[in-house]
Design a protein around this ligand. Structure first.
Ligand code: NDP
Ligand code: MG
Length: 379
């Protein structure tokens, strides 16, 4: 029996993970963690019977505890998240929280010897230099859930990493593909939330509309596959059929294709190296009219070039990039800043920062605090 701990169970990845578990008899849920959505959590507890749940917000946790009266143990805060990620009987953690708040629980889970099905990219972007050596030391598996990284992982299967000449990281281009800067000045939150191919949480949907998501994924790939940035190239593939490709020294290019459905990479990560029955729609080549490619527009979508810049500088700069973006997205969703201001703010925060080499976890969290404070003072 695979015993699964889900951090972020009420989100887009979290609910799709539960769907995968429901369809596989040899999997069960041992813990669930959310921030505040106790209505959905309650339904999940009734259906999946976890032993432990964490409601991050303390007041909500107390409110929740009253409604479940002894059905399940309820914890809260960072300690609660760590408890959910390190349960003795658990085998694998699905890291599906949004944001770098996931760093501590992910690191503690690895320390406790748990495998990780990994979606929470902000964590690896900011703390990859701490997480990857820990993964090696503890001998656990870090299995990518992000569709592009799951594709790359599959294309690397059984091959020699030294023989890879390039990773082609595909991107849909989001809702504003083909638009120029001037056309994006008055973009609304609703327009930015309208992704052409994927249905996801709000934060990553906005990240996709700015292409910051692809930037985060470039840094994520750098850590997951220990590749240099020069070998990671982003290419637009607007139909989201090719999930990413790996090119080898001899010119062979391997790709993973499929319909856009996150349940495939989630299931693959949970069952690796086994493959199970298909859950989503099959890819029907007889109905597929085209697969096209475009170069990304780095002038309009500054977020992508800033990510490469932050990644190449390294140290605490990716934390600045990520923390500024997390705050900027929240401000945009609150309608306090415009769409274009998001990348401008990230750039401004990066310019003001003197990078720290090899930051410790405490230093990373300190930098995050500093950036958020600087941005809060502005708005
Ligand atoms: P959602 O916004 O849909 O869900 C986020 C989840 O995290 C919710 O369950 C939320 O709980 C929980 N959460 C947020 N903060 C905390 C906290 N402090 N403590 C405990 N739980 C918390 O996000 P997604 O599912 O879209 O994305 C999750 C991660 O996966 C992100 O890092 C994203 O980049 C990555 N990802 C997502 C993909 C997708 O298709 N959605 C694809 C590839 C990667 P609550 O509901 O209570 O707020
Ligand atoms: Mg992705």
């Amino acid at each position: 029996m695979k015993k699964v701990m889900i951090l972020g169970s009420t989100g887009s990845i979290g609910t799709q993970t539960l769907d995968v578990i429901r369809r596989n008899e040899d999997m069960e849920v041992v813990s669930l963690a959310v921030r505040s959505n106790i209505r959905v959590l309650k339904e999940q507890v009734r259906k999946y019977h976890p032993r432990l749940v964490c409601v991050y917000e303390k007041e909500k946790a107390l409110e929740f505890e009253k409604t479940v009266s002894g059905e399940v143990e309820v914890v809260s805060g960072m300690e609660g998240l760590v408890a959910c990620a390190t349960m003795t009987e658990g085998n694998i953690v699905v890291a599906a929280i949004v944001g770098m708040i996931g760093i501590r629980p992910v690191m503690e889970a690895i320390r406790a010897g748990k495998d990780i099905a990994f979606a929470n990219k902000e964590t690896l972007v900011t703390a990859g230099h701490l997480i990857m050596p820990l993964v090696k030391e503890k001998g656990v598996k870090l299995l990518p859930v992000d569709s592009e990284h799951a594709a790359i992982f599959m294309c690397l299967n059984g091959e020699k990493k030294e023989e890879v000449s390039k990773i082609w990281l595909t991107a849909s281009g989001g809702p504003f593909r083909g638009k120029k800067r001037e056309e994006l000045e008055n973009v609304t939150v609703e327009e930015a939330l309208h992704h052409p191919n994927w249905s996801m949480g709000k934060k990553i949907t906005i990240d996709s509309a700015t292409m910051v998501n692809k930037g985060l994924e470039v840094i994520e790939a750098r850590w997951l596959f220990s590749m240099s940035f020069d070998k990671i190239q982003v290419i637009l593939q607007p139909q989201s059929v090719i999930h990413s490709m790996v090119e080898y020294n001899d010119g062979a290019v391997l790709a993973q294709l499929g319909t856009p459905d996150m349940r495939l990479p989630i299931e693959y990560a949970l069952c690796y190296p086994e493959r199970r029955e298909r859950i989503g729609e099959p890819l029907d080549f007889t109905k597929l009219s085209e697969i096209t490619f475009e170069n990304p527009d780095l002038e309009t979508f500054r977020g992508l070039s800033l990510a490469y810049e932050a990644g190449r500088i390294g140290g605490s700069m990716p934390t600045v990039f990520n923390a500024a973006n997390e705050k900027a997205v929240a401000l945009f969703l609150d309608r306090k800043i415009s769409y274009l201001s998001m990348a401008e703010l990230i750039e401004e925060m990066m310019k003001l920062h003197t990078p720290v080499k090899n930051p410790s976890l405490e230093e990373i969290l300190e930098v995050e605090k500093e950036i958020h404070k600087r941005m809060e003072d502005k708005y």
